[in-house]
Write a protein that binds this ligand. Structure first.
Ligand code: ADP
Ligand code: MG
Length: 193
């Protein structure tokens, strides 16, 4: 991730003070997993993701964790909608990497479920997109922790039946921390509206 994100500021998503529990967000809280939302439908998951899309900057990377069927791909569909991408977002389970242009940022969607060894990452273009200027979402990225960029978001979706999904997230790095802060605030404001 690179530097401050003027687009997030323009969208009035930067809070004066962002409170997580009773404490203002600061560097000490980086890497602390925080609650984002409970969602009771795919549409709600996508709406939650759309709010993250508004806070994203060029170069941002997020790992999406959760069981098969948790809603990771639904989440990326919401990201695409939030970035203004019209193309239908399908699961990259077989392609491993799918890219979308035409939105505010290029979107790269990876699914590493079938990848067995980190040595295969180069072949699929992993480092190119992670170091590039798009927004990159990686399903099953936690399989290769040593290959992930230092500054990244980690998003956890739990539940895979008809039960509501629980979306949580943590930030590694200062910039990711700011993005997380803006997202969490936008979601909580949306819930209160
Ligand atoms: P994953 O990519 O995590 O394997 P998908 O996003 O492909 O999962 O599929 C999630 C499935 O769960 C979809 O069939 C979706 O309709 C369903 N679903 C039910 N409730 C939710 C919810 N709250 N959020 C996201 N998906 C949900
Ligand atoms: Mg998926």
């Amino acid at each position: 991730m690179r530097g401050p994100c003027p687009k997030a500021k323009a969208a009035h998503l930067v809070p004066h003070v962002c409170r997580l529990g009773s404490m203002p967000y600061n560097d000490r809280m980086t890497r602390q997993t925080i609650h984002i939302a409970y969602t009771s439908s795919p549409e709600e998951t996508k709406r939650c993701a759309r709010l993250l899309a508004h806070a994203l900057c060029a170069g941002d990377v997020a790992v999406l964790s959760g069981d098969l069927g948790a809603g990771k791909t639904q989440f990326v569909q919401g990201i695409a909608a939030g970035l203004g991408i019209d193309a239908p977002v399908t699961s990259p389970t077989f392609n491993l990497l799918l890219g979308y242009v035409g939105g505010r940022l290029p979107l790269f969607h990876l699914d590493l479920y079938r990848l067995e060894d980190a040595s295969e990452l180069e072949d699929i273009g992993f480092y190119e997109v992670v170091d590039g200027d798009g927004a990159t979402f990686i399903e099953w990225g936690e399989k290769f922790p040593g290959e992930l960029p230092e500054d990244r978001l980690e998003i956890f979706i739990s539940g895979n039946t008809d039960a509501p999904r629980h979306i949580e997230a943590r930030a590694f790095g200062k910039h990711a921390g700011e993005v997380l802060e803006n997202w969490a605030k936008a979601v909580s404001e949306g819930e209160g509206a």
